[in-house]
Design a protein around this ligand. Sequence first.
Ligand code: DGL
Length: 264
Amino acid sequence: MITVGVFDSGVGGLSVVRQILRNLPEVHIIYYGDTARVPYGEKSKEELIYLADIVTNYLLGEGAEIIIDACNSTSAVALDFLQKKYRVPIMGVINPGVKGAIKATRNGRIGIIGTEATVKSGVHRSLLAALKPDFKLFSQACPGFVPFIEKGDVLSSEIYKLATEYLDPLLRENIDTLILGCTHYPFLEPVLAEISGTNVKLVDPAVETTADLKKVVADKISGNNLTKPEHRFIVSGDPDSFKQVANSLPVGIKLKQVESILVK
Ligand code: DGL
């Protein structure tokens, strides 16, 4: 059985876990949510590299053989660093988001919503410019979303109002595709879909990330593996509130036990 370490600042990376559970039910997941230090989106590049490094190192120590940086903010600024430092496959969520958007768009006008750190990094823009120079990218930082989602609020009138304000400038640009460039945002899909309308395709980078993961694990899994994986969920903050919020979200698994470890 392959053990995949997945990390994020909080519940967001569970949108990636959801796709892994659907498509690769045979892998064992160790999830780390750095809830004591959420939100990551407001941190500097140096802080994000430091946090991604210590969490990766911790997950490898716990037996992870592949790491998924299930956080756009750290994927944007720390992925190269991690890939150079560690010898195991380390995968991020930025390239999959751009790849998914290129497949989805018909008019070449793509929106991306993410944290301040992700939008400021400009990685989606440079990647898209390299792959599809004729396509246009419109970005919007949405710093207000994560605190709501971390509390389990994905449907209130407040979040609806906030989403309307954030999406308005992008919709005016006639985008037909929107990259959910923060792993927390797929949990807002019902609200975002209603505001964007049926002409805008929402791209959850977890889909392409999992497709990439499938290729990486394919040659590592041999024969029929009948052992049912027991996943581990670890947070740096309060395990009970994480469990409660995670179990209120459509992740496809009910968390029974959440460990609490502050990685330093
Ligand atoms: N879910 C993370 C991301 O994809 C981090 C959000 C945050 O903590 O600000 O960027």
